[in-house]
Write a new protein. Structure first.
Lengths: 531, 318
């Protein structure tokens, strides 16, 4: 198995300089301490007999050369865990499995640093130290691994921040409390409260377990109550009380199961017909699988690499036929091509998504309103990876199928005189099929002060379309009509990344929009969370 | 509303042999039938706790139940239909209407939610919601009804007695007022007829046989005959065009007060349920197999570690 590049570099870069304390040495060898017995003939290659600096240096050089070029045999005899008063040993041992399989010094070093990072990633220790001690004298070529952990002094941490999520149209305040390792199983409990400017609020609590009875992946479960206010765009408010269970969460794969009770209400009683029909309660029991590969060099300003995300969401996985039954599939493909001057790069991306109900009578049933696709908003398409959501130049939920709202009726029964069919009197219903594409050329600005601050410019072009498929609408959809109804926009702007947020100032020109779309040509600001 | 577009009445689902089994929706249905206006009947099955239902749509105009005194008032004000143009000036008519809507309305609410085993309420409102939601909403509604009727642990008996006594008074005065006439006031139906007929049909068909209110109503034979006759004339004989999701209608014999709730639709529903359960079982098993196959494929190799820090990138692939 090839050593990862960084590992190899680390190993090669370690100079046997006894004057400076290298962290790697400290961790793995405990440097200058007499961890290695002089009279241990098993550890001959690691012994430091001569105390003179030059010979010591020569020996260390020799040692490291041998380690990096040859497979010096060494195996683990015993793993000793120290410092865990609350944490169960099984949790620590499960992160050290790779150590026992190591057969050479190289392999052991790798495994030790991996185990170190895994233990740190559990987020329940203040510090982790892995040292290699000499094995028992009667067993040659063995070592004892000593894992010393310092548990968190204060298991309770709090967090407070201001974020902007791509799907929300404004900022949100988020406060969270985390309680770590309450029961010693590496359990992480957290509660968070999020409040958005647009009256979106979410209260949630969750627990994450790194190991659950032999299940190889961490398990997370979360209970949340989310309220979202879409009154301005679609005349409904959504409240979702749900419990979700994260079954698999790795770099590339994520599988989660969710049960959620959703309620759609319309306090204003002005909703359009289609929205009125969907008001009420529903149970969405679903399985969501996300496959993600992100080989770009940066998620915020990628200049090379590619990324692909596929999300599959199936709802209705309960024997109860009354639960919401829906299938949703999204794809997102990105590619970045560096241009070699001014740190410029071309980013292109295409995303598509489809949602459809399933089950008896699915062809005549509309798709569930909150599960539909909505396009629009100011968030940058380069940074938001995961399905068709943004189209610069159009307001949030600003395009796609619409329907007139309830007509205002005056006191005497006559229709109100104002706003017959202006777009503010229409509900944006979202669509069942969404496709977006963008191309973005980013480049450094000529002035050095901008370059150093990370401020760069970009030219972009976006296109997208959103259409309905359900209730037999797909029969009237043709490739030609879909292609002809694509909306598009283009523009340029400046991106200013700061510590608190990432700001984009764009001038957007809407090239094509249809009747009732809310595209706006002009200067737009968008804020997003910095990474 | 000056639209001359088609009317749509959105109500709760039909059952117990009634075109819509919700006691708030039935009077509106009957009112439109009295007015002989063509309309489409549509159902909302997932919003039992809404006070917006029933509502009538006509194009982009809507008359909600919780606005302007109700749907019937809304229809009057919009100029669509007004059956009360003559009667509404009569003080007796006004007081009868108040009696029917408040006292009888309270009695129906009490009997349906608080003085029965809840089977009728569940069938009308919660049958189409998944079980946990239906159960929680049912209990919420029971509590809400208690608050609305001003019931507490101390006064519950007294209030119950008062509610039924008032219902009895209302029945007696309506019975006296009706006599042998076809309608309660004059020779044309008014909204009072719609309200009372809706109440009576609900009490006779949807409430269980053990219901106190039902037995009180059965004591007034002229009211029972009135309800039976008008049901045959305006509801059973005319066929409403309805756009509903596939549902059994719970239809059966026209007027057999002592008959049990129809068993035939129940049988169909059980069969449909069984079919669904079987299909869903197959689907779930397939999903499980797919997940297991996926896990075994991925579980053969070490897992990619998901790094949150992003600083040291330790990939351990086999």
């Amino acid at each position: 198995m090839a050593i990862p590049e960084e590992e190899e570099e680390q190993l090669k870069n370690q100079t046997p300089n006894t004057d400076t304390d290298e962290e790697e040495e400290d961790e793995l060898f405990n440097g200058d301490d007499d961890e290695f017995d002089d009279d241990d003939d098993d550890e001959e290659e690691l012994e430091i007999e001569d105390s003179s600096p030059r010979s010591h240096k020569a020996r260390m050089e020799n040692l490291f050369r041998r380690i990096s070029t040859e497979g010096v045999p060494l195996r683990v005899h015993d793993v000793i865990i120290k410092g865990n008063t609350k944490t169960k040993e099984s949790i620590i041992e499960s992160e050290l499995e790779s150590l026992r399989d190591a057969t050479t010094v190289q392999g052991l070093l790798q495994a030790a640093s991996i185990a170190n990072s895994r233990l740190n990633r559990l987020d329940i220790f203040d510090s982790v130290n892995i040292t290699l001690d000499s094995g028992p004298p009667e067993l040659p070529g063995t070592t004892n691994v000593v894992v010393e952990v310092v548990e968190l002094k204060n298991p309770l941490t709090g967090d407070f921040g201001i974020f902007s999520k791509p799907e929300a149209r404004s900022w949100s305040l988020e406060g969270s409390l985390k309680l770590k390792n309450l029961f010693g199983y590496g359990d992480l409990w957290d509660g968070s409260l999020t409040y958005g400017w647009d009256q979106t609020s979410e209260v949630s609590a969750g627990v994450a377990l790194p190991r659950l009875k032999g299940w190889w992946a961490p398990v997370m479960t979360r209970v949340s109550l989310l309220s979202q206010d879409w009154m301005k765009f679609s005349s409904y408010k959504e409240r979702a009380l749900g419990i979700s269970l994260g079954l698999i969460s790795t770099r590339n794969h994520e599988l989660a199961s969710t049960f959620s009770w959703r309620t759609l209400t319309d306090p204003s009683q002005m909703a359009s017909r289609d929205v009125r029909r969907q008001l009420g309660h529903g149970l969405l029991s679903s399985l969501k699988y996300t496959f993600k590969i992100d080989k770009r060099n940066s998620p915020l300003r990628p200049t090379s690499g590619y990324a692909f995300v596929s999300t599959s969401h199936i709802g209705g996985l309960v024997p109860d036929y009354r639960a919401l039954r829906t299938i949703r599939q999204e794809f997102d493909l990105r590619y970045s091509l560096p241009l070699g001057f001014y740190h410029a790069a071309i980013n292109v991306g295409v995303a598509a998504g489809v949602v459809f109900p399933w089950g008896n009578g699915a062809l005549n049933t509309p798709s569930y309103l909150p599960e539909r696709f909505f396009l629009g908003g100011n968030s940058s398409p380069v940074c938001t990876l995961g399905g068709p959501t943004t189209l610069l130049g159009f307001k949030s939920r600003g395009l796609g199928p619409t329907q007139p709202r309830r007509r205002q009726v005056g006191e005497n029964g006559a229709a109100a005189e104002n706003s017959e069919d202006s777009s503010s009197e229409r509900d944006y219903l979202g669509g069942d099929l969404a496709v977006t594409a963008f191309a973005d050329l980013s480049f450094d600005l000529p002035l050095r002060v901008f370059r150093e601050a990370g401020i760069h410019g970009h030219l972009f072009g976006c296109a997208g379309n959103l259409t309905k498929l359900t209730e037999n609408a797909f029969r009237y959809l043709s490739f030609q009509s879909f292609r002809d109804s694509f909306r598009s926009s283009a523009g340029f702007g400046i991106i200013v990344p700061t510590k608190l947020f990432r700001m984009e100032v764009n001038y957007c020109y809407v090239l094509k929009q249809l009747e009732h779309d809310r595209g706006k040509t002009g200067v737009q600001f968008s804020f997003s969370a910095p990474l | 509303m000056d639209d001359t577009g088609e009317l749509t009445l959105v109500a709760r689902k039909p059952s117990f042999g009634l075109p819509t089994s919700c006691p708030q929706c039935l009077p509106v249905y009957i009112y439109l039938k009295f007015a002989k206006i063509p309309f489409t009947l549509s159902f909302n099955l997932v919003y039992p706790d809404s006070d917006q239902i029933p509502y009538v749509e006509s194009g982009t105009n809507v008359a909600y139940n919780n606005e302007k005194g109700g749907v019937i008032e809304g229809l009057k004000k919009a100029g669509i239909v007004d059956l009360d143009s003559e009667a509404s000036a009569l003080p007796e008519w006004i007081s009868m209407t108040a009696l029917a809507s408040s006292w009888l309305g309270d009695a129906i609410m009490y009997d349906l939610w608080l003085n029965s085993d809840g089977s009728s309420a569940r069938k009308i409102y919660y049958d189409d919601l998944p079980w946990p939601i239906g159960k929680i909403l049912y209990f919420k509604q029971v509590n809400f009804t208690k608050q609305l009727l001003g019931l507490t642990r101390e006064n519950s008996e007294r209030r119950e007695e008062e509610i039924y006594r008032r219902a009895e008074i209302a029945y007696s005065s309506l019975s006296t007022s009706l006599g042998d006439q076809q309608f309660l006031f004059g020779n044309r139906p008014t909204s009072l007829d719609a309200v009372f007929l809706g109440h009576a049909l609900f009490a006779l068909h949807a409430l269980p046989e053990t219901s106190v209110l039902r037995s009180k109503l059965l004591e007034h034979s002229n009211l029972v005959n009135y309800a039976e006759k008008l049901k045959v004339e305006f509801i059973d004989n005319s066929s409403p065009s309805s756009s509903i999701p596939p549902l059994h209608t719970g239809g059966g014999g026209p007027s057999n007060w002592s008959s049990k709730p129809k068993t035939k639709p129940k049988k169909e529903k059980t069969e449909e349920e069984k079919k669904f359960k079987r299909r869903t079982k197959y689907f779930l098993v397939t999903q499980l197999v797919a997940v297991l196959v996926f896990l075994s494929l991925l579980g053969g190799s070490e897992v990619d570690v998901d790094e949150d820090d992003g600083d040291d990138d330790h990939d351990y692939d086999d």
